[in-house]
Design a binder for this molecule. Structure first.
Ligand SMILES: [Zn+2]
Length: 341
């Protein structure tokens, strides 16, 4: 069945962007795909206006396939905790005196309740504040760092705590909005290029299982993956199928000789056998594109209830602005979008 799909597109969803590889198994298709990507160079370069860069990597060829890898990434990428850091720094500095006074006055109290003595600590801890963040662990680390540098203990009054929670949520919402926009732009542009192909299969990693737990930045990571997968399902034209592959070893094996890659820093990989240097995202893109599909999300012969638009934007409106982080309700992965095959 898969042999009919002539071009295999692997998309690796990453923190900063997407690793994409167009893989073909015959020369005719390859020239077609090469021309397609060449024609769309300016189109993809247009993303530069939104702070997104495109990087092309050398062609990969083996006796079985030829692959054209490239990657799209957010140029000045910031994690949510990096994004909120400056504003929190200013805030903590401005409120330092007030917090210190509060910490001096309010001590833990002991209250007699029958026989037992109850220990009451007034105010809220930093853990409570960080619990409202989308990345609690990192936000807690950031707050501790800022409090420590101002010589404060990790506890504040209720009103101050609410104010901090408000600031964190507000700025993280802003960050998420920007990030979603960037991810959506990248995905829809890639989908546009793919939609020019008559028949192709787009492959993404299956990250719903155990594997995702071991990935970095889990919460935002999962949301991002769901979002991209959903956009791809709605964003490619009718002749194109979308499937999921097993994520095992996608960024650790050489796609040419299958040997274990060595890692230099975070982004660079090196194959000791072929002496070739790889980028983390693109090697994953190539590996994903050559893997067999284990689950189909979309097939050309399936009749979708709605006419699917090329951009994927039409479907967005059906969900609320915060639909990105409501689990289970999103797109084809929620299960109700595509209908039965
Ligand atoms: Zn190799």
């Amino acid at each position: 069945m898969e042999g009919i799909m002539r071009t295999h597109v692997g998309i690796d969803v990453n923190v900063k962007g997407l690793g994409v590889a167009f893989t073909c198994y015959d020369y005719g298709t390859f020239t077609e795909v090469y021309r397609l990507l060449d024609e769309h160079r300016d189109y993809l370069a247009g993303l530069g206006r939104y702070g997104i860069a495109v990087e092309y990597y050398p062609m990969v060829y083996t006796s079985r396939f030829v692959s054209l890898p490239f990657r799209l990434y957010i140029r000045e990428f910031k994690y949510p905790w990096d994004y909120i850091e400056p504003i929190l720094r200013i805030w903590v500095r401005a409120h330092r005196r007030g917090i210190r006074n509060w910490q001096r006055i309010y001590r833990p109290k002991f209250k007699r309740m029958g026989r037992r003595v109850k220990h009451i600590v007034p105010g809220r801890s930093i853990d409570y504040i960080a619990g409202w963040s989308i990345e609690p662990r990192e936000t807690r680390r950031l707050l501790k760092k800022l409090f420590r540098s101002s010589g404060l203990k990790y506890r504040v009054g209720d009103e101050i705590a609410e104010e901090l929670v408000f600031i964190i949520r507000e700025y993280e919402a802003e960050w998420l909005e920007r990030y979603k926009l960037a991810v959506k732009l990248m995905t829809s542009k890639v989908c546009h290029v793919i939609s020019h192909l008559e028949e192709a299969v787009v492959k993404l990693e299956e990250l719903r299982g155990i594997e995702e737990k071991y990935r970095e930045c889990t919460k935002v990571g999962r949301m991002r993956w769901r979002y991209v997968t959903w956009l791809v399902c709605g964003g490619v034209s009718s002749g194109i199928s979308v499937g999921l592959v097993n994520p095992r070893g996608t960024s650790s094996k050489c796609p040419i000789c299958r040997s274990q890659l060595r890692t230099y820093g975070w982004e660079k990989k090196y194959c000791p056998m072929c002496r070739r240097e790889w980028n983390r995202d693109t090697v994953a893109g190539v590996n994903i594109s050559v893997k067999p599909v284990i689950e189909w999300l979309r097939r050309p012969e399936w009749r979708t209830p709605m006419k699917v638009k090329t951009r994927g934007g039409a479907r967005m409106k059906r969900h609320s602005r915060n639909s990105w982080d409501t689990p289970g309700a999103i797109g084809p992965l929620g299960g109700h979008e595509l209908g039965a095959p």
